[in-house]
Design a binder for this molecule. Structure first.
Ligand code: SF4
Length: 378
């Protein structure tokens, strides 16, 4: 069981691990146990001297996060509800690959991770902000979502998206530390280009990120091509209007030379007209960008609707006529509320409806077979 009394060792860089008088090469041995063998018990680290194992166990925790609920859906998307050492809960979603263009399954496993408990930004389509912001996650709590999901699923995660609960750029220091550990050869070895940070548009933080050496991907939750439209969806637009945000994206690209992804949720009668599509094309002209069009997911308790398929296709057609690369995202995980903007809401609803059939139960053992297939709830 994770406790608050000992530091979480998975949030440390190698040089931060206190070895006492032991030689430095012990660090490489410890890291191998932690990340290659996923050992959670220092007493099992057989090539370390016993006094060092004892010292580490007194000072640090190597436990993974307890999973208090796991849901698997028909398309094998799996959602994990983790309990943190403070007793808070966050979720991660393991997303299988979409079929490739040639119909074959691409071999990739993406984990969508959370970066905060709750969220302060209140994007109107998003379930994560419904019960407010509580705190930032530590670097360890981010890394442990990945490690714990790998251990439970038995699958190697090779792509990470920061699109779970929270605004990652509001917690930039911890997020960058976690990414460094996830990316490091001594850590989880996940390629930086396979790690995407998504932001609602924190302009100053985008500029800070542009000056970081890590070659990660940036996604912007845009959702509106002008201030009037975007403000209906993204309250942050009042602070950082569209022009400022796009200028920050141009600056980012000038430094990083990497393609930016714009996320655009299509909502009926709000931002999905053909005129909106033309304005969007004008707004991002000259940026090397890809637009992900995401037909809105109906979220219980929120009022908006998904436009019909024709509206979505026309929107995409206009962007393509302006030479903008775009995709209409095939949402996965719809039936377990794990699609974009739906994280956290279910927990929120559980609390409002304590007799709901999916109310929390005792922690699942990581060796339990996962409920894959029908949307079975554990
Ligand atoms: S979309 Fe992101 S920034 Fe906006 S409320 Fe949801 S978690 Fe927060």
């Amino acid at each position: 069981m994770l406790t608050q009394n000992r530091e979480l060792i998975h949030g440390l860089f190698p040089q931060e691990i206190d070895l006492g008088n032991e030689p430095a090469y012990r660090r490489a041995q410890i890291l191998e146990w932690l990340y290659r063998h996923r050992t959670r018990d220092f007493s099992q680290m057989k090539n370390l001297p016993v006094p060092l194992r004892t010292r580490l166990a007194e000072k640090y925790s190597a436990e993974h996060l307890p999973c208090v609920r796991e849901q698997g859906s028909a398309d094998t998307t799996r959602k994990f509800l983790w309990q943190l050492p403070t007793g808070d809960y966050v979720e991660s979603v393991l997303i299988p690959a979409s079929p490739g263009a040639d119909g074959r399954r691409a071999d990739r496993r993406t984990l969508c991770v959370s970066s905060q408990v709750g969220c302060a930004y209140g994007c109107r389509f998003c379930a994560s902000g419904l019960d407010g912001w509580k705190r930032h996650l530590s670097a360890a709590e981010i890394v442990l979502q990945v490690l714990s999901a790998q251990s439970i699923s038995g699958q190697r995660v090779d792509h990470i998206v920061f699109m779970g609960m929270g605004e990652p750029l509001a917690n930039l220091d911890n997020v960058l530390k976690a990414i460094t550990i996830l990316n490091a050869p001594w850590g989880m070895g996940i390629a930086a280009r396979n790690i995407t940070v998504s932001t609602s548009g924190l302009v100053k933080k985008i500029s800070e990120l542009a000056r970081q050496p890590l070659q990660i991907e940036l996604a912007i939750s845009l959702h509106g091509p002008d201030n009037e439209t975007r403000e209906k969806i993204m309250p942050i637009n009042k602070k950082h209007p569209v022009e400022e945000l796009i200028a920050a994206c141009r600056d980012y690209q000038a430094h990083k030379k990497r393609r930016i992804t714009f996320e655009y949720i299509l909502i009926e009668d709000i931002n999905s007209s053909q005129e909106h599509a033309r304005r969007l094309a004008r707004l991002i002209r000259g940026i090397d960008a890809k637009v992900n069009l995401i037909p809105y997911n109906t979220v219980p308790g929120l009022e908006w609707k998904r436009p019909n398929d024709d509206v979505c296709k026309k929107f995409a057609k206009i962007l393509r006529e302006h030479s903008i690369t775009c995709t209409i995202r095939l949402e996965k995980g719809h039936d377990i509320a794990a699609a974009c903007g739906q994280l956290r809401l279910q927990k929120f609803l559980d609390e409002k409806q304590p007799n709901a059939p999916y109310a929390l139960k005792a922690p699942a053992k990581s060796t339990d077979p996962p409920p894959v297939g029908a949307p079975a709830l554990v």
